[in-house]
Design a protein around this ligand. Structure first.
Ligand SMILES: Nc1ncnc2c1ncn2[C@@H]1O[C@H](COP(=O)(O)OP(=O)(O)O)[C@@H](O)[C@H]1O
Ligand code: SF4
Ligand SMILES: [Mg+2]
Length: 358
């Protein structure tokens, strides 16, 4: 992983065009158990963010914080409880039928498990051609074949003609994830949602997959919503990072600023355990923070992070942390100069985001 350089190519980002605008997205599930004891699970609880054309936004947070639920809602594989998901001038949250199918061509998803997500009985060719057939793209089978070969080549599955005939069991984990990437890219999507795409791969395969995704952004201007529990991975690939805690974005901003000048105490805890190697998402953060990760069925009042917040203790347990849910507010620059900053506003959802003592 060490040979993956920090994000550097910003030239392709067109910040005047958003491929995705998520506004106040909430996804609540009915809790389990007998009805009197049932608590609503607030898996996603008022999340807003934009992704510009050619931009890579990483969502980072512990397991269970709501990352996959956000991804599945944007894909409309889940129907959100409330909020808007604007793409191509349409609100995906309310689209149905043919309009939804058409909108789905623009957004493709890559899942975590390259072993489970491929049909073992399908050749690579059949897997990659399938989305073209479903969406009725490519006028002839020759045209579709050439689109598949291009996609395999883009995903560095070379030579494409030979790899097209292979079956999943003949491929390594890294190659399988390249097949998943090829079946996403064959649609030439505006936005790719990658949910923990490297966390099941061995370390040697990871760097190649991350580099491939960054290369596709550079060559094709593809935007990404990149989901990971590992802040170090997010820093390597993303232009901006959004840190998620219990269904809410608690800090968002340019990747370098989030890592160099984290403003939220939760981000600081994540940073102290992040190494770029495989991180046990749950265990590691629990090691540096008091208490258990609270459940989305029981979101603490006030600032949802207060039962675990080291700053809350350090500041003498201010009452406001228990009573008022902090909104995201702009973080004022501390160390780096204002004019060499990459685009993107740095915001933190902490009542004390701009206090010197924090
Ligand atoms: N279909 C569901 N029904 C009930 N609870 C769910 C469902 N899907 C996810 N959850 C809960 O929502 C929360 C967020 O889950 P998820 O989005 O998978 O988190 P992450 O991807 O960050 O690990 C968790 O508490 C999880 O148990
Ligand atoms: S608002 Fe209070 S509890 Fe929440 S992160 Fe800031 S200091 Fe900690
Ligand atoms: Mg997940």
């Amino acid at each position: 992983m060490n040979d993956v350089s920090a994000p550097s190519v910003k030239g392709l980002i067109d910040s005047t065009i958003n491929v995705l605008e998520v506004r106040e997205l909430s996804v609540h599930f009915a809790g389990r158990g007998r009805w009197r004891h049932r608590r609503e699970v607030k898996a996603v609880d008022g999340v807003s963010f934009d992704i510009a054309q050619g931009e890579i936004l990483a969502l980072v947070g512990e397991s269970g914080c709501g990352k996959s639920t956000i991804a599945l809602s944007v894909m409309r594989l889940l129907v959100p409880t409330s909020g808007r998901i604007i793409s191509g001038g349409e609100d995906l949250a309310t689209l149905r039928g043919r309009a939804l199918r058409r909108a789905r061509r623009r957004i493709q998803m890559i899942f975590q498990d390259p072993f489970g997500s491929l049909n073992q009985r399908q050749s690579v060719y059949d897997t990659v051609v399938e989305p073209l057939i479903i969406h009725q793209l490519g006028a002839t089978s020759q045209e579709r074949r050439s689109m598949v070969m291009d996609a395999l080549d883009l995903a560095h599955l070379r030579p494409p003609e030979r790899l097209a005939e292979a079956y999943p069991h003949e491929l390594s984990g890294g190659q399988r994830q390249r097949v998943a990437i090829a079946s996403a890219m064959v649609m030439r999507p505006e936005l790719v949602i990658a949910d923990e795409p490297v966390s099941m791969l061995d370390v040697s395969a990871r760097a190649g997959i991350l580099r491939l995704m960054m290369d596709l952004r550079d060559r094709l201007g593809t935007s990404y919503l990149f989901i990971t529990h590992d802040l170090a991975v997010a820093w390597m690939v993303a232009d901006r990072i959004a840190v998620v805690y219990l269904g809410r974005i608690v800090e968002i901003g340019p990747a370098t600023q989030i890592v160099d000048e984290p403003a939220h105490p939760y981000t600081r805890a994540l940073l102290s355990v992040s190494s770029g190697e495989d991180i046990g998402a749950d265990g590691a953060v629990t090691d540096v923070l008091p208490g258990e990760t609270p459940s989305a069925a029981n979101v603490p009042p006030g600032c949802r992070f207060h039962p675990r917040c080291p700053l809350f203790v350090q500041l003498g347990e201010p009452a406001i942390c228990r009573s008022e849910d902090p909104a995201l507010r702009i973080v004022l620059a501390r160390r780096s100069s204002a004019y060499d900053r990459p685009p993107g506003v740095h915001q933190s959802a902490c009542h004390f985001a701009n206090e010197e003592s924090s």
